[in-house]
Design a protein around this ligand. Structure first.
Ligand SMILES: Cc1cc2nc3c(=O)[nH]c(=O)nc-3n(C[C@H](O)[C@H](O)[C@H](O)COP(=O)(O)OP(=O)(O)OC[C@H]3O[C@@H](n4cnc5c(N)ncnc54)[C@H](O)[C@@H]3O)c2cc1C
Length: 241
């Protein structure tokens, strides 16, 4: 899966750390050496998390930004990567290698359907911000429809809801829907796994490309669902965490 041909060693510095939910943090990293980073939206970096261990994290920022990247990290697994990022603070340096991976937009035309669970949103935030910046900068009116479906387990796990709601209001071709797999009775939004409230027309439209990202079992579950709905294999793209 990895395309390391152009990957390089970088030193970055944390310029902003934010807690997005009880277990998820975002990190804005400014690149020090070398100072610029070229990548394709959807790619990831490999971070040196100490004790000779590395962990992979998808880049969550648009490739229009070259002087730094955004990462989002779920510290719930509790291993070396989680511990490293729990303790990483503003002004601290980190060492990373990248860009890596071949998970990126596969077609120039047709509907784009993103299906994410939790921090699986990271590569899609990069792709969405890139696509929208591109259509604005190129004054492109022949835009494709972009659908983002994201699922979280509990209400307190939700993050970036307002960001995508605002984007939906300001961007005609962007559509956003959030589901909770384990909501409380007070939740009046969509319930179930990420595909639960998907517009079924998208499945019938042979111009749709589906992109899936999240934990292994989520990715496998959505792939199975799409196959059962007769979506062609070459229109299903995925990145398991
Ligand atoms: C291409 C790629 C991109 C990735 N991008 C991101 C990203 O943007 N943000 C992010 O938070 N993570 C991302 N990951 C996952 C990340 O690389 C680490 O696996 C994760 O941070 C756990 O590392 P750890 O050292 O804390 O736990 P580990 O020591 O690796 O694992 C500790 C325990 O938790 C389990 N576990 C590991 N990962 C998960 C998980 N995702 N959910 C539930 N249980 C788990 C393991 O099976 C193990 O039992 C990505 C993985 C890949 C392959």
């Amino acid at each position: 899966m990895e395309n390391n041909n152009h990957s390089q060693q970088y030193t970055g510095i944390v310029i902003h750390k934010e807690q997005l939910s009880p277990k998820v943090f975002s990190f804005d990293i400014s690149l020090k050496d070398p100072p610029a980073f070229q990548f394709i939206p959807g790619q990831f970096v490999s971070v040196d998390v100490g004790n000779n261990k590395r962990r992979s994290y998808s880049i969550a920022s648009s490739s229009y930004r070259v002087d730094g990247i955004k990462l989002i990290v779920d510290i719930a697994p509790g291993g070396s990567g989680s511990q490293y990022f729990s303790q990483l603070e503003v002004n601290q340096e980190l060492s990373l290698k990248g860009p890596m991976g071949k998970f990126h937009l596969a077609s120039e035309t047709g509907n784009i359907v993103f299906l994410a669970a939790g921090t699986g949103i990271a590569p899609f935030r990069s792709m969405i911000d890139y696509l929208i910046e591109k259509q604005i900068s190129e004054n492109d009116h022949e835009v494709r429809s972009i659908y983002l479906y994201i699922s979280f387990r509990f209400q307190e796990d939700i993050f970036w809801k307002e960001y995508f709601e605002l984007l939906e209001c300001s961007t005609q071709n962007f559509h956003f829907l959030l589901t909770l797999s384990q909501p409380t009775v007070s939740w009046n939004g969509c319930q179930g796994y990420v595909q639960a409230c998907m517009d079924r027309q998208l499945l019938k439209d042979t111009n749709s490309h589906f992109y899936i990202c999240g934990g292994n079992s989520m990715v496998e579950g959505v792939r199975k669902f799409l196959r059962e709905e007769s979506v062609s294999e070459d229109h299903i793209h995925f990145e398991p965490f």
